[in-house]
Design a protein around this ligand. Structure first.
Ligand code: NAD
Ligand code: UDP
Length: 318
């Protein structure tokens, strides 16, 4: 086992907890840092007590000084669901600015590598389709999504500035819609919302006309992409996502079918500034990292449904 530590901020969150699990399995020492604002202790409860894993309750907006060498920092700490854009706007702006600064400083002190979890939201409501990393985006700087979109754009700029000023090895991952086990039922994002509604026999709330598209990536694939970027020397930004695009209506129908639910579909008003379409061009990740996602929507959704069923039944679900 390497004596250097890998820090995962947001390590008790949805993606962060899966990332910790795989890093640990790879024989790395892992420190998950989380303030549990949107994450849950239970996401990493099964890792506590395993050799090489530690969990620290800490707000990364405060400086983090560790008495160990940090070879790698994954900075995932940030609320990420659109319902949090209005619930936690100042927290989002703070963790992506001051929090990113502190996470960069942590990596810099040990001359480690830093990987930022950025987002396809930097493209806003994209006028280019599919989205390539060279596209600068179409973001409303004062709209309902602005706290998140602009915070992530700032985090990218800060990461690049840190690299230029301090020569720090940094990588920026632009993560597209990811889903899987350990998303909270009340997370607000579309996949856990639809599954939860279908399992409870409630109408699936499709916003707008349902013709808007997203490209959903299973969390197991996403974690592989993040680690491939960390292990490379590439600065990014690099899109990570599954280019298989679908309409939200199609997703609703697929969830109803896979859960064998009788739930109807109920159209509701579209939220303001809801991006019309989103699909990553993943040529860069394929060519530079050798990474492409491999999990089909049916297989990934089936695993997520199984997790949510077990959780509802009060059975252990990790
Ligand atoms: P999540 O909410 O499950 O995880 C975020 C974690 O960060 C939570 O555990 C939360 O408690 C923690 N956190 C928030 N503020 C913190 C702070 N100040 N200090 C310490 N910890 C803090 O969300 P997720 O979907 O796992 O997203 C992880 C990262 O990936 C986020 O940065 C998000 O913006 C990015 N991302 C996710 C997606 C996706 O589809 N899941 C898409 C694009 C980008
Ligand atoms: N959506 C929906 N019903 C819901 C939640 C979301 O139709 O109950 C739609 C939302 O309007 C968007 C898409 O699903 O078009 C993806 O939303 P999500 O909140 O998962 O993430 P986003 O990609 O918008 O950040």
């Amino acid at each position: 086992m390497s004596s250097e530590c890998t820090v995962v901020t947001g390590g008790a969150g949805f993606i962060g907890s899966h990332l910790c699990e795989v890093l640990l399995r790879d024989g790395r020492q892992v420190l998950a840092v989380d303030n549990f604002s949107t994450g849950r202790r239970k996401n990493v409860a099964h890792l506590l007590g395993q050799p090489g894993f530690a969990l620290l309750e800490h707000d990364i907006c405060e400086p983090l000084l560790l008495d160990t060498e940090v070879g790698l920092v994954f900075h995932l700490a940030s609320p990420a669901s659109p319902v949090d854009f209005s619930r936690l706007p100042l927290e989002i702006l703070r963790v992506n600015s001051q929090g990113t600064w502190n996470a960069l400083a942590l990596a810099e002190r040990s001359h480690g590598r830093f990987v930022l979890a950025s987002t396809s939201e930097v493209y806003g409501d994209p006028l280019e389709h599919p989205q390539r990393e060279t596209y600068w985006g179409n973001v409303n700087p004062t709209g309902p999504r602005s706290a998140y979109d602009e915070a992530k754009r700032f985090a990218e700029a800060l990461t690049v500035a840190y690299r230029r000023r301090h020569g720090l090895s940094t990588g920026i991952a632009r993560i597209f819609n990811s889903y899987g086990p350990r998303m909270r039922r009340d997370d607000g994002r579309v996949v856990p919302t639809f599954i939860s509604q279908a399992l409870e026999g409630k109408p699936l709330t499709v916003f707008g006309d349902g013709n808007q598209t997203r490209s959903f990536c299973y969390v197991g694939d996403m974690v592989g992409g993040l680690i491939a970027l960390a292990d490379a020397d590439h600065p990014g930004p690099i899109n990570l996502g599954n280019p298989q695009e679908m309409t939200i209506s199609d997703l609703a129908r697929m969830v109803v079918e896979l859960t064998a639910s009788k739930s109807p579909i109920a159209l509701q008003p579209a939220p303001a500034d809801d991006p019309r379409r989103r699909r990553p061009d993943i040529s860069l990740s394929r060519d530079l990292l050798g990474w492409v996602p491999s999990t089909s929507p049916e297989a990934g959704l089936a695993k997520t449904i199984e997790y949510m069923r077990r959780e509802t039944a009060g059975k252990s679900a990790v």
